[in-house]
Design a binder for this molecule. Structure first.
Ligand code: APR
Length: 308
């Protein structure tokens, strides 16, 4: 039997993620949204694309949750995206209510699922999903680090005129302006980035990465979806196919990196059980300081939540 993946929110990020997953052809996909006919139309369109591209999972679009029953993975993308001038944190109250109601519905029918949270402000929305679902920490994980790392890697590849496939990078911390691109763990073809570019130019790439989401919001008037959708799908792959990839994800830290009781980006081994391990990466003193500052920023937003 094929696995079942539910994607809640059939908007830009959710539909992109669902489409990426449908193309992989290993699971059926249920697409849920509150807008009448919207997920149904998207599912129909994507099913029809299957006959051109050559995939054949069953994609179902729905405004209810009956069809989500027994999902292996649930991706939550429901909520408002950013518009120009807004930070991710500005979304907190609106999206807290949405993520609360979505999580409630989802867990009623899929008690063993792994939840992948995408809605922003990401770190805080992970707290909401964990509190509402009462799932163990390994089964509630957030998508941010793969996206932030992808942006950093793309900027490095452009700057050095090399294939992005040969860039290995890692961005940790919260999914906000205080994220921590870990330069000490960034290599190009095995050569440390610090040996390839002067500090000043690396600092520019780091800065552009931190505001990478905002750069797109300013261009498009709304937040990005191609890279976020693909990043969420990569996490689903690792879980559903038990790939045990080590990916930067937002996980509930219980003392790792000196942080306790907080969702933060860290390298995580993702397999069929969800977060199977939080990998310890050696950081420089500067990076540790930045991570602490990032944790403080995340705590502030979590502090605004009605349900902590
Ligand atoms: N249940 C189901 N779907 C909902 C609900 C709800 N309670 N509330 C809103 N939605 C749906 C909307 O109808 C919309 O179709 O969520 C979808 C969000 O899609 P977009 O507005 O296109 O936003 P998108 O760019 O996909 O971003 C969604 O992901 O990356 C984050 O910051 C982003 O929080 C935002 C989320």
């Amino acid at each position: 039997m094929r696995q079942k993946i539910t994607v809640v929110g059939a908007g830009n990020v959710g539909a992109t993620c669902a489409q990426e997953l449908a193309r992989r052809d290993y699971a059926d996909v249920v697409l849920v949204d509150i807008i009448p006919n919207f997920p149904q139309g998207k599912a129909l369109d994507m099913n029809q694309a299957g006959s051109v591209i050559g995939y054949e999972p069953r994609m179902v679009g729905t405004n209810g949750y009956e069809e989500t029953e027994g999902s292996d993975v649930v991706v939550i993308t429901a909520g408002k995206p950013r518009s120009p001038g807004m930070s991710r944190d500005d979304l907190v109250t609106t999206n807290e209510a949405i993520v609360t109601s979505v999580t409630r519905e989802v867990v009623k029918r899929s008690r063993g699922a792994v939840i992948v949270v995408v809605s922003n402000p990401l770190d805080a929305m992970c707290h909401v999903a964990k509190a509402v679902s009462r799932f163990p920490r390994r089964r509630v994980v957030g998508m941010a680090g793969i996206l932030d790392t992808a942006r950093f890697s793309a900027f490095i590849a452009q700057e050095l005129d090399v294939s992005v496939k040969d860039v290995t990078a890692m961005v940790l911390g919260g999914h906000g302006d205080q994220m921590v691109p870990v330069v000490s763990a960034t290599t190009v073809g095995g050569v440390p980035l610090a040996e390839l570019l002067p500090k000043r130019r690396i600092a520019k790439l780091v800065e552009r990465t931190k505001f990478g989401g905002g750069e797109i919001v300013n261009l498009l008037g709304t937040s990005a979806w191609y890279a976020p959708g693909a990043a969420a799908a990569q996490m689903v792959d690792s879980i559903c196919l038990d790939e045990k990839r080590v990916l930067p994800c937002t996980a509930y830290l219980e003392g790792e990196y000196g942080i306790r009781g907080l969702y933060m980006g860290a390298p995580v081994k993702l397999g069929s059980g969800g977060v199977e391990e939080i990998v310890k990466l050696k950081l420089t003193a500067d990076e540790r300081t930045m991570l602490r500052a990032s944790a403080a920023a995340v705590r502030e937003v979590v502090g605004i939540l009605k349900r902590k």
